[in-house]
Write a new protein. Structure first.
Length: 137
């Protein structure tokens, strides 16, 4: 094989490789679910007058396609007291649906405490707040 043929073959291979690299679509990042490690729980009395108790873990979902936004939930009847440790922004979100509640927390490290509220005729006698920390893109 002559040096000219080697050069032609190498340029064809390099051109094909470049075309493949340009044709590849960038991978889309999937949303990230962070389950807050400390569950929120409580003891209360419902409309029937009977006591009940329980606890649950709240999920904070972030998506690189929507930077600075955290979706809390799904959960019903809790307040999420959050603070962005990177920017100092803070707020309280009331989560009361099964699809979650989007909140503009801003990008950075966010910490939150979750508390139960009296809702739907349910009276809280004692509760334990939930808590967690996550990073928002």
């Amino acid at each position: 094989m002559t040096p000219r043929h080697r050069l032609r073959r190498a340029s064809i291979v390099a051109g094909a490789g470049a075309a493949l690299l340009l044709a590849v679509q960038p991978a889309a990042a999937a949303p990230i679910d962070t389950v807050l490690p400390i569950p929120v729980g409580g003891i209360g009395v419902g409309v029937t007058g009977l006591p009940s108790s329980g606890y649950s873990y709240l999920t904070a979902t972030t998506d690189p396609d929507t930077p600075g936004v955290t979706r809390f939930g799904p959960y019903t009847g809790v307040h999420v007291h959050w603070r962005n440790l990177s920017s100092g922004a803070a707020g309280v979100a009331y989560v009361n649906n099964r699809y979650g509640t989007p909140v503009e927390t801003g990008s950075g490290t966010v910490a939150a405490v979750v508390t139960i509220s009296d809702a739907f005729g349910y009276r809280i006698l004692a509760s334990t707040p939930g808590a967690g920390v996550w990073t928002v893109p």
